[in-house]
Design a protein around this ligand. Structure first.
Ligand code: PXG
Length: 286
């Protein structure tokens, strides 16, 4: 395997030489934004949607990206081409840049634009066949008035803390509630339930990331004439659901068969999850 080529501010570096300052506020404070994008069969999946979300995240934290959206999309595509990757993962990120040891963003200069192209780490294949187990955790999702989960910021400690709790309970994903005790999302995935032939998922204002896979699944469901309700949900709704699955760039669509030790319905992946997985597979192989 040749060494990955990493884009930093318009230039490509070998992975070992791809470095930015320890005074960068991305490192000092998690002050920056990022995206996670898939490459399927040589094609970047939903590139425009990811670039748009990156710019919206940046705008929300008053970080000016020194590229236009078109330039960013081209930089991402060029970095994929330079790495000759046909299937993999892209991690674009923009930091506030180097500054002093103080929070003031006005004292930083030069936002750093980094694009990493590498392999994606996936859940074990048997989980897609048999379904996975998740657990609700005590750490709640960030309050939207503190750090809105719609912002895909470099500060992911909220999610990491929740992930640690899930792992301690033997689960690879953790279900996070919001400050009202409603279902929000998992640490790197949105959550869907199936009840009576309809899809249910928390609305964005429950305090979740507007997942690009989530939006794709909603569109696929509508094409398949499966009604979708964006509604506030609680653990009760998970316990009485017919099916449950997670969506995300890394996970795609993965069935959940147990939550907090309780089997969901018969404890097997359900037919609507399977139908949507097949539709999603067709979409990514177009
Ligand atoms: N919620 C959160 C908190 C996320 O971080 C999603 C939902 C799903 O969004 P998308 O747009 O991907 O459907 C995410 C995305 C990884 C990895 O390596 C995680 C994500 C994306 C790509 C890679 O764990 N999370």
């Amino acid at each position: 395997m040749p060494s990955p080529k990493v884009y930093i501010n318009g230039k490509l570096y070998d992975k070992a030489d791809a470095k930015i300052s320890v005074y960068d506020h991305g490192l000092l404070y998690g002050d920056g934004v990022f995206e996670g994008i898939r490459i399927y069969h040589g094609k970047v999946f939903k590139l425009k949607e990811h670039v748009d979300r990156l710019f919206e995240s940046a705008q929300a934290i008053k970080l000016e990206i020194p590229l236009s959206r078109e330039q960013m999309a081209k930089a991402i595509q060029d970095t994929v081409n330079a790495n000759d990757k046909k299937d993999g993962y892209i991690r674009p990120l923009v930091t506030r840049g180097a500054g002093y040891l103080g929070l003031d963003p006005r004292r930083t200069s030069d936002p750093q634009v980094v694009i990493i192209v590498d392999d994606i780490s996936l859940y074990p294949p048997e989980l897609y066949e048999n379904g996975m187990e998740i657990a609700t955790v005590a750490t709640i999702r960030n309050h939207p008035a503190a750090l809105n989960p719609r912002i895909k910021s470099l500060n992911y400690l909220n999610n990491i803390l929740a992930k640690i709790e899930g792992i301690q309970q033997g689960c690879l994903e953790s279900l996070m509630l919001n400050h009202k005790g409603e279902i929000a999302e998992c640490t790197g995935d949105n959550v869907f339930l199936v009840k009576g032939g309809k899809l249910r998922t928390p609305p964005i204002d429950a305090g979740v990331l507007e997942g690009i896979t989530r939006n794709a699944v909603i569109e696929l469901a509508r094409e398949a004439r499966i009604p979708v309700d964006e509604m506030s949900l609680t653990r009760h709704d998970v316990f009485i659901a017919d099916e449950c699955f997670l969506t995300g760039t890394a996970a795609e669509i993965i069935p959940v068969v147990k939550c907090d030790g309780r089997p969901i319905d018969n404890g097997r992946p359900g037919p609507i999850t399977r139908l949507l997985r097949e539709a999603f597979q067709r979409l990514t192989r177009q």
